[in-house]
Ligand binder design. Sequence first.
Ligand code: ATP
Ligand code: MG
Length: 423
Amino acid sequence: MRLSHLVTKTKKASGEQDPSRNAALLTKAGYIQRLMSGAYSYLPLGLKVLNNIETIIREEMNALGAQEILMPALQPREIWEKTGRWDKIDVLYTLKGAGDADLALGPTHEEVVTPLLSSFLKSHRDLPAAVYQIQTKYRNEARAKAGLLRGREFRMKDLYSFHLTQDDLDEFYNRTIEAYLNVYRRCGLGDITYLTYATGGAFSKYSHEFQTITSSGEDIIYKLKSTNVAINKELVEDIDALRDIIPDFNGQLADYVDEYRAIEVGNIFKLGTRFSDAFSADVTHADGKNYPLIMGCYGIGSSRIMGTIAEALSDDRGLIWPDEVAPFKVHLVSLCHEEWEIEQANTIYERLIKSGISVLYDDRMDVRAGEKFSDADLLGMPRRVVVSSKTLESNSIEFKPRNDPGALLLTLENLENILLDPT
Ligand code: ATP
Ligand code: MG
């Protein structure tokens, strides 16, 4: 993609009303733009990031054996009455449809997926089953001041699993934990994201959150010194819970944990029969009798992950995208002015693309070198490549990883080798 063709431009200041770092940086760089509190447009570079994150999630969910579906965001009141949640969920958006019908905009989809899957899952031979969707969710959040971290309209992957037995749910739940950890690792957050015990759903003592350590996080977690597991501070009110998670607990929390601020980037629950009871979602077991489906639900915030990466992995110069989520692998800066130099730069751009490397090409003629470099830092592609009359003289190209101060002079062949095999 030629930067001269990109519809967005970087801004000197974000002009953001949000004080949050992610919104300020992403707006300044032209990745997103706020329509109102909690609702953002995703611009070309921003949508690429969101899509890359969702591709990673999709691949990991498919690898679990879950099947992708898409359910309506627009939902009738009746299903929410069935579970008693029409009046209980304070963030539920409700509206009037034609004929005065009461409708909700889905904040989550247990009320839709349970009767939906129940219409297919009739016999023990149909189980286990798991479906997921990646979709826009709606929550009337009281405070939506943290950019992509807390949207009123936001993106979520929600997975629902259906089982005959508690053991089978447990086995799938544990595999989901591994799949989630893969997602965070591939999104560049692996080193700072922890499986975290949190208060449970209706059926289990605990749920599990995935919390990414960041100074701007809303939550406080206690990370165990001995393992890569954490406990949400809210949970620690209950001292018995600490004894469950830390068997030799001596009453002195500081001996066992370190305290951090963190962002909840995922949450998984064992639902048991809470929803199958409400919808009479029964299945016939091998003994010929009917029993309710045993369910789990597993959420991950894809737009919140994007905001979290912007918060946690950026520096004072701008964004730093991890390889798999970056809109482009390479930011090619041309400082060429002579016609033959420009032709050389164009050839390098085309050759990289032919090798299958995605490139953002700063071919702008009317922009100074300093501004091009600061834009490259702000936009945050993982690698910067510079072509100038100086590099062309020595038949080379300057190469610099975004998060590394040192630049190298390489031949085009060497550059291609590095880019095609980054290990
Ligand atoms: P929170 O406690 O932050 O309000 P939650 O526990 O209500 O979140 P879940 O219902 O567990 O959220 O949703 C699953 C995931 O969706 C969360 O772990 C988070 O990553 C994401 N998410 C939830 N609410 C929002 C929101 N308003 N904006 C962006 N992402 C969200
Ligand atoms: Mg949660």
